[in-house]
Design a binder for this molecule. Sequence first.
Ligand SMILES: [Zn+2]
Length: 487
Amino acid sequence: MNYEDVMNVAQRRGYLIKSAEAYPNTPAGFWDYGPLGVALKNRYVELWRRNLVKRDEMVEIDAAQIMPRAVFVASGHLSNFTDPIVVCGNCRSLYRPDKLIEERLGHPTPENLPDEKYDELLKENGIRCAKCKAELTGTKRFNMMFKLGIGPQGDEAYLRPETCQGIFADFPYLFKTQRLKLPKGFAQFGKSFRNEIAPRQGVLRVREIYQAEIEVCFDPENVSLPKFDVASGFELSISKGDVEPVPTKVSDAIAAGAIPNKLIGYYLYLIQSFYEDAVGLSKSDIRLRTLTDVEKAFYSKVAFDLEVRTSVGWLELVACNYRSDYDLKRHSEVSGTDYMVEDNGKKILPHIFELSMGVDRSLYVILEKAYRSEKDSKGGERVYLSLRPNVAPIQAGIFPLVSKDGLDAEAERLYNSLRMDYDLFYDESGSIGRRYARADEAGIPFCVTVDHDTMTKGEVTVRQRDDRSQEKVSKDKLGEWLKAHRL
Ligand SMILES: [Zn+2]
């Protein structure tokens, strides 16, 4: 199984659609979610809400996607959210120098080296235009925010490159009106926009992304609350560099200085256990990679990338970042609004620990981990998605065995009686075997067939997707059966 196999099924079954596919020359890096993709995304976001936001009593907001220039002066995106580029002096082809160097040397090159260093490495390795072999210009910087003009005057604004700036902008208002106490998590799910240079990795590097971000505001002097103790015995999959993770108890990681305090240990436990328990990944397929000083932002005290083992290598799903008081200080300075809060009788500017999750990539990982391919009895290939019922977009297909003898009318009646309470799918076209195969590929856990027994004994046949076992269920009890098999 590889990336292409997973994407083929995802596109064939209506999970993902290339944006504006009907038009020629549509730019890369934009994807639409089809009917099953939307349902999968909704289920996933609900899991995130239940297991992180609700469990930790966080505050969720949904901020505007377009924000004024000043916000990105404060955040630093206007000056720092850039990628290096080089241009061919002859054919004007555009490249990222770090990617060119990476391809030539065969090992990763950091994306935040000084421009002169890239120029030096390009020269040293004799790297020229891949298309016409002409010389490349010196490294320049390209800001990856999408710029907009508001109103007829075109006041400078940007599509947000990350959702969290809305949280920081609203922070003083939220803290006061919601009468909050530290530590407090703020959450947001929504779209962010990044004008990536030449996105090539299909759905894994795109220009319009869904993020689910959590910003925990806290007093750095008060990080040992009793509620954090549930995490102390949990084994985090910590890795230092591009190596296999070593299971390390939260308490041991704190004692060894790998994690600065109990609060951060607790939130790393929350995010890793979310991927293990709610999403169903195994511990050995997850690692919390400690970022080096070169990789992390200058204001960051410690940072981990939660990565998952996939067919394209370790894939970053969540950036876990101790951002210190950088964000709130900058927004306070640039806006002129007082960001200090009163907590436990003293005025402080809170610190922030962030869990920034890429939702699209997480959904890709769910599809890849569910992908199964087996030889069938006739020498063909059976492909199915072994999605857990808690994320499967459709719980059951309802099929008449044949479209005659009143079986189709009975199946439709059953479907209509249950479809408002369960996520169901009705299908009567083609042989029953083909309908099973389509349902399996779409990741539908159960198929319910109305056959002659339904008419005489009032029983339907329920077939399980993964092992294809079958059982008889009374048609009047099908609702109860589905309810019991929902999670
Ligand atoms: Zn060229």
